[in-house]
Design a binder for this molecule. Structure first.
Ligand SMILES: [Zn+2]
Length: 329
């Protein structure tokens, strides 16, 4: 611990850096979004070009919110990949093509302020726990279902990172559902079932074994979440089967998390979760009751995420506020 540094303003700025776009927010002391700014990432232009775009986007959102960067104790940046938080480094970020980059230092030099770097899924969980679906809950676990499956653990308002920033990464738990090869190289990881990619693969498999399917797509053009939602609403047999199986795998993963963390609230986020909506929550809760002794009598508290595309940037902003309590300089 060290000297306590005064934040000059209660506002906080966070930015979500993805492979295709960057998205920044400024929030006030109550977590209300005062301004947002977006820009394409264009990782193919190289590391320094992306840093410059981040700098421009940060400047833009600060100006829109009428905040000077000098008045903020730090800014938060959430990005994919395993992050070394102490050193402000990312080890590998495949969709940006970055390896061992000291992002906090390099961006900090450009914006002339401290940058707090963290994993995007963890920051999404922190955003939802602070101002979203689990606001006020003593503990929560947020699962984000997309191309892959990520998760973040929040205990007493604090993010649990673990030694490698890997805490909560339940997408790579070896699951008992099958032997599909995962993008990480291992066999049968949970995310090969519990993800949008998993749902699409299961739809293709169901179709191939003769289950009728109302979804029309070829292998090169993956269906959108909204199309899967429509097929699910229309009672498409292959889609229903795939969603049920995927959901069951997700519930198994959440029940496994419960056995270790026992969080008060579970949050489900990501485009496919939002598309399938509340219908899915009941399925997940029922399956969790089957997989967990904890929930055989009392159903788990499972909620849909509330912050949508702002979750990661808001979580990053929250994390930057923590920097005013524990100086990082
Ligand atoms: Zn894996």
């Amino acid at each position: 611990m060290g000297r306590k540094r005064e934040a000059l303003l209660p506002h906080r700025l966070g930015i979500d850096l993805g492979g295709t776009k960057m998205h920044a927010v400024v929030i006030d002391a109550k977590g209300h979004v005062l301004a947002t700014a977006r820009r394409a990432t264009k990782p193919e232009d190289g590391y320094h070009a992306v840093l410059k775009r981040l700098n421009t986007t940060i400047g833009e959102v600060a100006e829109a919110a009428n905040v000077s960067l000098k008045e903020l104790p730090a800014i938060g940046l959430g990005m994919p990949g395993p992050i070394d938080e102490e050193r402000g480094m990312v080890h590998v970020a495949p969709n940006l093509g970055w390896r061992d980059k000291k992002v906090a230092r390099d961006l900090g030099e450009l914006i002339k302020n401290t940058v707090i770097l963290g994993n995007d899924v963890n920051y999404g969980a922190l955003g939802e726990a602070t101002y979203g679906a689990a606001a006020g809950a003593p503990s929560s676990f947020a699962a984000f279902v997309g191309t892959g499956l990520g998760g973040g653990i929040i205990l007493n308002g604090h993010l649990l990172n673990g030694r490698h920033g890997f805490a909560g990464e339940f997408g790579h738990i070896p699951s008992p559902f099958g032997k599909t090869k995962c993008s990480c190289g291992l066999i049968g990881c949970l995310e090969t079932y519990a993800s949008k990619t998993g749902i699409i693969r299961l739809i293709i498999e169901a179709k191939a074994t003769g289950t009728p399917c109302y979804l029309d797509f070829d292998k090169n053009e993956k269906p959108k979440s909204s199309q899967i939602r429509q097929a699910w609403k229309d009672d498409c047999p292959a889609t229903n089967k795939a969603v049920r199986e995927s959901c069951r795998a997700l519930a198994w993963g959440l029940a496994s998390v419960a056995a270790i963390v026992d969080p008060a609230v579970f949050i489900l986020g990501g485009g496919i979760m939002e598309a399938l909506g509340k219908d899915l929550l009941k399925l997940v809760r029922d399956d969790m009751s089957e997989f967990s002794l904890l929930y055989s009598r009392e159903k788990p508290d499972v909620r849909l995420a509330e912050l949508g595309d702002d979750a990661v940037a808001i979580g990053a902003a929250v994390a930057s506020g923590d920097a005013s309590e524990v100086p990082h300089d």
